[in-house]
Design a protein. Structure first.
Length: 389
């Protein structure tokens, strides 16, 4: 059992830590007030190679794998869940291209995406469905050798930035689910105002309206009818990424709580003397350790079982459900260490709490993730989830 990161993983961690502390931390208030992640910071993120951590070197990536990716997102999440979430939602379409694109699509979309030439989007969710392809109402109608996409997609990240979007639609003739690639702001593409969220202010989500958006056969990702497999395959890694973000928020709130407990004075002694504070700090530390162990195990599975999407899906669904709820509990504990100061904006722990509230409700609800994992485990002759290290 080896808990040490290798040289490449350490280099990725250090780059992510530098990006978070040197570039993002000084501009946290700006991001929160403007409710937008600045383009110049996105450019720095790309220049430092963070958009390419898991992808092959021949496509411009680092090829460091998913343990390194998880570590990078965790480090950024300690400082800003908005910044880490932005990176995560950029990974979603890149993962789809990496896993399912043909050679031409790879050159057209994956390579420039890794270089930071655009912010891509991944559009499955609709007003009436979260993850059930049978409820899709976005329709792809074939006319001649073209398809025309019409429908509404909900809570779509990066939708206001130019670049490709992976759109899932039901083919009108066969009712099969297929993934198409469109260029945002093409004819027939329009947006709502951004949703007003309680947190993650640097990462907007929108409703996307498609009115007979034209695509060709060359814009089909994978094959016709493969849409749900693409969704499962891509979001397996997405769940891992979001788990890393919220593990990061726990680490950030832990650091804040320890610092406050050591510095806040009561009768000339730090409040760290109180047993209740010591107990809370210990619980926070235990929760962070548990989340990190689960996260790294699932990330190692993602690297080891790259050809077995269902095994990865089981592992990442399990930790997504667990870490999502644990992040809320842990960050509230850290806020309570701060007492009344914890609910003020000056003490950034309240931002960690707000950001973590989103965790159980995005990239699949926590309850559904437990059902997915439990179903895999109980239906399989050989457990999809290996609890042995």
């Amino acid at each position: 059992m080896d808990f040490k990161l290798n040289e490449v993983q350490l280099a990725v961690r250090d780059a992510a830590r530098t990006f978070a502390t040197k570039y993002v931390q000084p501009r946290i208030d700006e991001i929160e007030k403007a409710e937008e992640f600045p383009q110049d910071l996105f450019d720095v993120m790309a220049e430092m190679g963070l958009l390419g951590v898991p992808y092959p070197e021949e496509h411009g990536g680092i090829g460091a794998g998913y343990v390194a990716t998880a570590v990078a997102l965790e480090e950024i999440g300690k400082v800003s869940a908005s910044a880490a979430t932005l990176l995560t939602v950029c990974y979603l379409p890149l993962d789809a291209f990496h896993l399912f694109a043909n050679e031409a699509q790879t050159e057209k979309y994956l390579v420039p995406g890794i270089a930071g030439e655009y912010r891509g989007s991944f559009a499955f969710t609709e007003p009436g469905t979260g993850s059930d392809p049978k409820q899709l109402t976005t329709i792809a109608k074939k006319v001649g050798d073209k398809y025309y996409l019409s429908g509404t997609k909900r809570f779509i990240s990066n939708a206001a930035y130019p670049g490709p979007m992976v759109v899932f639609a039901k083919e009108a003739e066969t009712e099969i689910c297929t993934a198409f690639i469109i260029d945002k702001f093409c004819k027939g593409y329009s947006l709502s105002n951004p949703w007003d969220k309680v947190s993650l202010h640097g990462s907007h989500v929108y409703d996307v309206f498609l009115d007979e958006v034209e695509v060709g056969e060359e814009d089909v990702l994978g094959t016709h009818g493969q849409g749900f497999d693409i969704l499962i395959g891509t979001t397996a890694y997405g769940k891992l990424a979001f788990s890393a973000v919220f593990t990061g928020t726990m680490g950030g709130s832990y650091d804040m709580a320890v610092k406050y407990a050591k510095e806040k004075m009561h009768r000339d002694k730090p409040i760290a003397k109180f047993p209740t504070v010591q107990s809370r700090i210990a619980q926070i530390a235990a929760n962070v350790m548990a989340a990190k162990l689960c996260l790294y195990k699932a990330a190692a599975d993602a690297d080891e079982y790259a050809g077995d999407i269902r095994k990865i899906q089981c592992s990442t669904a399990l930790i997504k459900g667990y870490i999502s709820d644990l992040a809320v509990e842990t960050n509230v504990l850290a806020l309570n260490v701060h007492g009344a100061y914890g609910v003020t904006a000056e003490y950034q722990v309240e931002r960690m709490v707000r950001d973590s509230l989103v965790a159980p409700n995005i990239e699949g609800s926590a309850d559904i993730q437990r059902l997915i994992a439990g179903g895999y485990i109980l239906r399989s002759k050989d457990s999809y989830f290996d609890t042995n290290f």
